[in-house]
Ligand binder design. Structure first.
Ligand SMILES: [Zn+2]
Length: 181
């Protein structure tokens, strides 16, 4: 039997204001796919069948981007990235939780439970520079997937983390925040 490691992660965010000037500077230098009509971003990403060195290389690139110093800036407190945003149409997402700053990687993530309680909040996306959209999402979400060692993990998330997970999984299905506008 596979052991499922359960984590309860969640936090309150005191300042969710996004520093747009900072974001714009960031986009100019990034290797991230942008644009609401970008065909890579609009693809449905494929399941990862086996965690190969090539898959780990994609994971490394994603975590390098979200771990970069230029993202460790007040005003940009939470960050997530899907493989499709770096031109790899595979079901891999990663996010950095604030304030813990751990980077969590999920391969083949699947939402298994969501609260009926939904919250509307402003969201932005590294692939849509300068755009902020009000998005309604489940307040709590449970997600299952694999870690980089292929072990099954389950995360029960609330708050911003729940929102980030739903946002990144949307990317894997070709959905962008502008679709909610
Ligand atoms: Zn995004």
């Amino acid at each position: 039997m596979e052991r499922i490691c359960r984590q309860e992660i969640g936090y309150k965010v005191e300042n969710s204001k996004i520093n747009m000037n900072f974001l714009k500077k960031l986009f100019n230098k990034s290797k991230i796919q942008t644009g609401a009509n970008n065909s890579i971003l609009r693809q449905k990403a494929k399941e990862v069948e086996k965690i190969t060195p090539a898959v780990l290389d994609i994971v490394k690139k994603i975590t390098e981007i979200i771990g970069e110093n230029r993202y460790q800036t007040p005003g940009l407190i939470n960050i997530g990235l899907a493989a499709s945003q770096i031109s790899q149409s595979l079901r891999i997402i990663a996010f950095r939780e604030w304030p813990a700053q751990n980077i969590i990687v999920l391969i083949n993530p699947r939402i298994t439970r969501q609260s009926k309680n939904r919250i509307v909040m402003e969201e932005s996306c590294l692939s849509l520079p300068g755009i902020v959209v009000l998005v309604e999402r489940a307040a709590r979400t449970t997600v299952q997937g694999l870690d980089i060692n292929g072990r099954k993990i389950e995360i029960r998330a609330k708050g911003f983390l729940a929102r980030m997970i739903q946002h990144e999984i949307d990317h894997l299905d070709g959905i962008l925040i502008t679709d909610y506008a």
